[in-house]
Each structure stands twice: as structure tokens, then as C-alpha cells.
Design a protein around this ligand. Sequence first.
Ligand SMILES: [Fe+2]
Ligand SMILES: [Fe+2]
Length: 229
Amino acid sequence: MNIIDRNNTIGTVVAELPKATEIFKEYGIDYCCGGHRLLADVIKEQNIAGAEIYEKLQQADEERKNLYFGQENNFKEMSPEVLSAYIEDTHHSYLRKALPDTAELLSIVLRAHGRNHKELFEIYRLFGQLKADLEQHLLKEETLVFPIVGEAEENLKEIKDLTHEIITEHEAAGEILRELRSITKDYQLPADACETFAKTYKNLEEMEQDLHQHIHLENNILLAQYSDR
Ligand SMILES: [Fe+2]
Ligand SMILES: [Fe+2]
């Protein structure tokens, strides 16, 4: 997700980029009651200052990214708090957009091509399962796991039990991804595929890649020491 997309509301910008509050305050922009307004409109209203505001937002966004990406190959050095914030900020927010977007595309493709490509029904079913499982899973991590992963000493039993559950859920997701890859013959498009069909397969394949990295960070780094496997 591009936080400072001009089509985002300023409420979204502030929620995702805390430093934006300072910038909006500086220019007297109401981001609270006026939070539903689009960034594009707010910038336009500010006339000449608009470009300056956007530049400052870009800079704040860069700084936010560097906080994590500067340590990109250094996930192992991150504290559990920083690593879990990174996972939530990148992989969870990616899924929160990609899952519903892909579900919508898939239903469009199925309506248009389902008659000639019966495999789409199985893809639809599997993806629906993956989506429901992951939506629950993300909430579980954000509500139960991430808040205590930095204070594991006091919560050792709980974190071990949760780790077991989380890893089991990762394995279930991995299995669905394998099935999807097999049914789609490694995401090979049929000859009569339209653009939406191609975009759907591209999304599914990207999601697979992203999930592999996401699960790797959780299983092998964040929770590795609490796993009994
Ligand atoms: Fe996660
Ligand atoms: Fe996970």
C-alpha cells in the first residue's frame, strides 16, 4: 500500500503515518474531523504550499520505511517489537488489500470464463478458504501474539502454545498455496485468458511469494525459539 497515495483520505494517511499529524498541524489542516477528505483535495486547497506538504509527507514516509528496510538483511538483529511491527506494516497490510482485491477479480473471472474453465471453481473455493483462514490468522497474531512477543519471559507458556497454533495455521496456508499452484499449472494462463484473468493469476502468484517471506520471518525468526518442532 502506498500510504501517501493522493486518493487516500487524510485519516488513512495519519493512521498509517503518525508523523503526518505534525505536518498537517503545521499547515493548519484538520485531520481529525476533516479526516474523510482526500489527500489530493487537501493538497489542492493549499495552493502553492500543497507541493511542499506532499514533499514533507514523502520524506516522512521514506524515513518510516528506512526504519525497517535499512535493516532489511538484518531481521535477526531486530528486536521482537520492531520485527513484529515490520511484519504488520508490510505483510499484513499487503494482505488486507490483496485478499479482497483478488477475491473480487476471481469472481469476475469465474463468471466470464467458468463455463470453459471448470478449474476456476476449485480455485475459487481454495482461495476463499485461504482468505478466511488468513483474515482470522492476522487478527490472532496482532491481538494475541505480537503484543506479548517482546515480553516472552513472563508469558512463556502462552507464547509457546500460540506459536504451535500459528505454525500449524501457516502449514495449512502453505498447503492451499501448493494446491493452487498445482491446479493453475504453475499459474500458466490458458490461451483464451483475458486481461482480468492474467491479473488474477499474477495476484495469486505475488501473494504466494509474499506469504513465503512473511511465514519465514514468523516461523524462523520471530517465533523460532518458542517452537517445539
Ligand atoms: Fe503474520
Ligand atoms: Fe502468520
